[in-house]
Design a binder for this molecule. Structure first.
Ligand SMILES: [Zn+2]
Length: 373
């Protein structure tokens, strides 16, 4: 498709540049995802007690279905309190009253797993830093230290959590807040280093009253507006297990993705001050709302078709044992996939991941080349 032949010297120079770049970040366009079902923008290799899927096994599970994937653990470790649950060893936050605490070693664990892989395997994965306490003014220093200790590994930070139904109140120490300057320091550093951010923060309290404005919406919008240079993916569109989309009218089932919540999200998507904000549609708990009725399916498909550049599919799977588990959340979305334009479908399943994570990879490698000695 070239319009005119370029000089051979240019090709030699270009090849030299690419040869330098290739080992670190892959050939441009090498991770062509066509033929794969999706790239996984939200994936936990390990669970709440730091156990999980072997990294080589995860690549087998991805197989020829999942092109690329984020890679993170869970920063919160569930304490096994003998006083609370005796011989019963909890592996999930709902299985114990004992506190969760920040387990920073998760970042070393993820980095070491990634570094066991060959270059072709690494190119398919984007490890993320999660092992910091977002209520700690030193959190940004932890993130910097991880980049310094494992240069060439990480693409972003998250999923980390500010508000989450029964999780936030179980975390030992100060409760995280969207208004805490410690979080601003984290997002400022993410911008400086080029790290893409996956942020979980429920838009509302659990079991909120129908029709009420989501309690954390304004704080979230303010936070996002304070960080226009940081690429931020708001996980699960702010929804959760018991944090349902708010209703516009008194009628309609509580599990319906209502026009009201759609209006809130559309207003954010239309806001030029929030053009750096994206949404992931991960977690089966989110799919349960979006496919709950023909109306919810239609509403969801309409918004995805209208803003195809702003949504990313992810599974939010935690340590899956097999490929069927890994694909289950994707298949829950089948009624919506069927209603998307080919362009919107491709972007949400594959293209937006490539665009955002490739840009972040390149920026972080550049930051490292300048700042890591
Ligand atoms: Zn998650």
């Amino acid at each position: 498709m070239r319009e005119k032949p370029a000089s051979p010297h240019l090709f030699v120079a270009l090849a030299a540049v690419l040869a330098v770049l290739a080992p670190a970040r892959g050939w441009p366009g090498d991770a062509v995802s066509d033929g794969y079902l999706f790239n996984d923008s939200h994936f936990h290799l390990t669970n709440y007690v730091q156990q999980g899927t072997d990294i080589h096994r995860y690549l087998e599970i991805m197989g020829d279905k999942v092109g690329r994937s984020t890679l993170f653990g869970i920063p919160l470790q569930q304490t096994w309190s003998y006083e609370n649950s005796g011989e019963y060893a909890p592996t999930y936050y709902l299985q114990s009253d004992a506190p969760l605490y920040y387990y920073s070693f998760t970042d070393a664990y993820i980095a070491n797993a990634y570094l066991k892989l060959g270059p072709d395997e690494r190119r398919r994965l984007d490890p993320m830093i999660t092992g910091f306490n977002p209520a700690d003014m030193y959190a940004a220093d932890h993130i910097r230290r991880v980049l310094e200790t494992y240069p060439g590994v990480f693409t972003g930070i998250g999923e980390f959590t500010i508000h989450k139904e029964f999780v936030s109140s179980k975390v030992a120490g100060e409760i995280a807040s969207l208004q805490n300057p410690a979080l601003d320091r984290i997002l400022d550093f993410a911008s400086e280093a080029g790290l893409v951010v996956i942020l979980h923060s429920d838009v509302d309290m659990p079991f909120a009253k129908t029709g009420a404005t989501p309690v954390f919406l304004q704080q979230m919008r303010d936070l996002l507006r304070r960080h226009p240079k940081t690429t931020i993916i708001w996980a699960h569109i702010g929804l959760g297990r018991v944090v349902h989309p708010v209703q516009g009218q008194a009628s309609g089932s509580a599990t319906e993705r209502s026009p009201r919540y759609r209006e809130i999200v559309e207003a954010m998507l239309d806001d030029p001050a929030l053009s750096h904000v994206y949404f992931d549609i991960s977690w089966d708990e989110v799919a349960k709302y979006t496919v709950s009725s023909p109306e919810a399916i239609g509403n969801t498909a309409a918004i995805l078709n209208r803003y195809p550049d702003r949504f990313l599919f992810g599974t939010d799977n935690v340590a899956p044992a097999d490929q069927a588990t890994q694909l289950r959340v994707y298949n829950l979305w089948d009624p919506i996939w069927a209603l998307l334009t080919p362009e919107a479908s491709r972007k949400i399943r594959l293209g937006n991941y490539e665009r955002l994570f490739d840009a972040a990879r390149a920026k972080v490698r550049t930051w490292e080349s300048v700042n890591v000695k």
